[in-house]
Design a protein around this ligand. Structure first.
Ligand SMILES: Nc1ncnc2c1ncn2[C@@H]1O[C@H](COP(=O)(O)OP(=O)(O)OP(=O)(O)O)[C@@H](O)[C@H]1O
Length: 236
């Protein structure tokens, strides 16, 4: 089962739960119970239309993928929230980029998918994860290598950096810079989780590389649109 930030709204998760349900009764299925607690249906016994709200988080606690209940201010939910916010910021930047016909929007699509995998890994603390959880949510190093090759290609085309540049350069570029700064927050919030061995080190590596990618692609967007990037000038 994929893990996502709005599990009850996720079509794939719903479909997967339905398949699981066919094989076992919901009461026998750990994941079904985890994703769809008993009060999560529109009407009693109707498993086709799960409600988006289960009310199980109303008291300020929520669930990890391993089924632990933790307070919502836990490092895990902080990092999950930041990753979710990062994907939203990339989604908005992507819309501006699409309007301008930029060709790298497919990369942004892939990145948003990888961020779902980042979320799965963060939401599955290794200390309470079973082998099957670990297998399903393992984060590989391939997405890091992809980012590095994309960064290298854009850098070849860009003029070398000679000044501090400020977030600017048109709407696409400025939105990508906003995503970059949110990425750095996500990275900060993931750091203690990785350091304690609760998430894969490649998750931290990915977020670190992603902010470099977003910086580079922001400059690339400005260049392609012929927009000027503001540079830092010491105030008179
Ligand atoms: N405020 C939050 N920030 C980041 N992640 C969260 C937050 N609340 C919950 N989560 C995580 O996202 C998953 C889905 O969020 P959801 O809003 O459905 O959880 P909930 O608040 O526990 O339940 P509900 O909204 O149905 O009462 C949760 O299982 C949890 O892992």
């Amino acid at each position: 089962l994929p893990y996502c930030c709005s599990r009850s709204a996720c079509y794939i998760t719903r479909e997967a739960a339905r398949i699981i349900k066919k094989k076992k009764s919901p009461q026998q299925c750990f994941y079904y119970q985890l994703f769809f607690p008993p009060n999560s249906y529109a009407t009693e016994g109707d498993s086709r239309i799960p409600k988006i709200y289960t009310k199980t988080g109303d008291k300020g606690f929520s669930s990890t993928f391993t089924g632990e209940r933790r307070p919502k201010e836990d490092h895990i939910f902080e990092a999950l929230g930041n990753t979710d916010e990062l994907s939203s910021a990339i989604g908005l930047a992507r819309e501006f980029c699409l309007d301008k016909g930029h060709t790298f929007t497919e990369q942004l699509d892939k990145i948003q998918c990888v961020l779902q995998d980042v979320g799965s890994n963060i939401a599955t603390p290794r200390s309470s994860a079973r082998e099957s959880h670990r297998k399903r949510t393992k984060f590989t190093s391939q997405p890091v290598a992809d980012l590095e090759s994309w960064i290298d290609k854009f850098t070849e085309e860009l003029p070398p950096l000679t000044n501090f540049i400020l977030p600017s350069g048109g709407k696409s570029s400025a939105a990508l810079h906003t995503a970059r700064t949110i990425c750095r927050r996500a990275e900060r919030s993931v750091a203690p989780i990785v350091r304690s061995g609760e998430a894969d080190p490649d998750v931290a590596k990915y977020l670190n590389r992603l902010s470099d990618y977003l910086f580079t692609v922001a400059r690339y967007a400005a260049m392609k649109e012929g927009k000027e990037e503001k540079i830092y000038k010491r105030p008179e």
